[in-house]
Design a binder for this molecule. Structure first.
Ligand SMILES: C[S@@+](CC[C@H](N)C(=O)[O-])C[C@H]1O[C@@H](n2cnc3c(N)ncnc32)[C@H](O)[C@@H]1O
Ligand code: SF4
Length: 343
């Protein structure tokens, strides 16, 4: 059986062709699908006969909410969602003045093994399909009664380890027949898979690229991110420059500040030197304490680190703490759920 959300417009046209229907049915179906309907029988523009023929081959996927947590300030909502095969994933919605931003998962778990990240503790179970990524947004919209206006691929998983489905997802949610989310309102975050960055640069898209850097040199980075042994910092920065060349977009570097590890002023100076000729922005994130191994620096140190970068001409912000009271660091809610069911 096919999940209809897994098919893009072209594939839906082929689907209808196969059951002897004209291609325009695809457009009609999409209009209904993205309203977030629950069942094929709700599509009033289709005859009962057509609905039955669709049902013989396909269904409308829907993720159920297993758990929902609200931060104290009520601006961050974290959902644990159940997939058809009973795996669970998480997604987070953050309410800003300008609208709702959703952090979407791209895989069940992750195989990249970053030392500070809860998503990778049990490795990777499987890739998510584009439909399962879309369904995360529809589940949140249904629950909130609001439209999601921005999407960041910063949930569990490495987007470029699931490249094709991620790109299909991006094109579907960007389509004006789909969710109509602007390309510039979509951010793909990667741990630095160089071929993925290069490929994305040539897609003709205007999406934002974020790279999880977290260190000013290879020696430090390799200690917490095993992928750095394959794609070192110099290669990553080269790929980012190519991304900017092709898209004219500035790249964001994520830098999780870890006390006594990568948070000294010397590290900030090194980072500034590394990024001095790049069109970029640095986003400092006080590390979310997943286990006792990684501790965030003091507020003074965080500000000092930011100032050091800014004084050297690097555009820098400190990410506002969002929902740290609800295990908002990616993978943490799923992790505590898995623990509670003894997995
Ligand atoms: C979960 S990852 C998913 C996207 C992609 N795999 C990546 O690494 O960029 C999203 C962001 O969360 C960051 N992150 C993961 N665990 C964290 C933690 N404990 N504290 C702060 N940031 C964390 C990652 O480094 C990355 O910048
Ligand atoms: S930070 Fe990203 S790449 Fe690293 S383990 Fe977590 S999800 Fe995977």
């Amino acid at each position: 059986m096919i999940d209809l959300y897994d098919l893009n417009e072209k594939e839906l046209e082929k689907f209808f062709e196969k059951i002897g229907e004209p291609a325009y049915r695809a457009r009609q179906l999409i209009n209904w699908l993205y309203k977030g309907i629950n069942d094929i029988s709700e599509i009033t523009v289709f005859s009962n006969d057509l609905k039955n023929r669709i049902k013989e081959k396909a269904y409308i996927g829907r993720l159920s909410i297993v758990k929902k947590q609200l931060s104290k300030d009520r601006n961050t909502i974290k959902y644990l969602l159940k997939l058809k095969d009973k795996n669970v994933i998480e997604t987070v919605v953050i309410k800003y003045r300008f609208g709702y931003t959703q952090c979407v998962s791209t895989q069940v778990g992750c195989r990249m093994g970053c030392a500070f990240c809860a998503s990778t503790i049990n490795g990777m179970e499987r890739n998510l399909s584009s439909g399962e990524m879309i369904e995360q947004i529809l589940a949140a919209q249904r629950d909130l009664g609001h439209k999601i206006s921005r999407v960041v691929l910063m949930g569990s998983g490495e987007p470029f380890d699931n490249y094709d489905e991620v790109l299909k997802f991006v094109r579907c949610i960007n389509s004006d027949n789909g969710l109509n989310i602007g390309q510039r309102h979509i951010t793909i975050s990667t741990c630095g898979i160089v071929p993925g960055i290069m490929k994305l640069a040539d897609e003709g898209l205007q999406v934002n690229l974020a790279v999880s850097l977290h260190a000013p040199d290879d020696e430090i980075r390799s200690q917490i991110m095993p992928i750095n042994k394959k794609y070192g910092i110099a290669d990553i920065l080269q790929a980012c420059k190519y991304y900017t060349l092709r898209t004219n977009r500035r790249v964001t570097f994520e830098y999780a500040l870890i006390r006594g590890f990568n948070d000294s002023i010397h590290h900030a100076v090194e980072l500034a030197r590394l990024l001095r000729d790049m069109l970029c922005h640095v986003n400092l994130i006080p590390v979310n304490e997943v286990n006792n191994q990684f501790v965030r620096p003091s507020e003074e140190r965080i500000q000092e680190f930011a100032k050091t970068l800014q004084n050297r001409g690097i555009s820098t912000t400190v990410r506002r703490e969002l929902g740290s009271d609800i295990d908002a660091a990616c993978g943490q809610l799923r992790r505590s759920y898995m623990n509670s069911i003894g997995k």
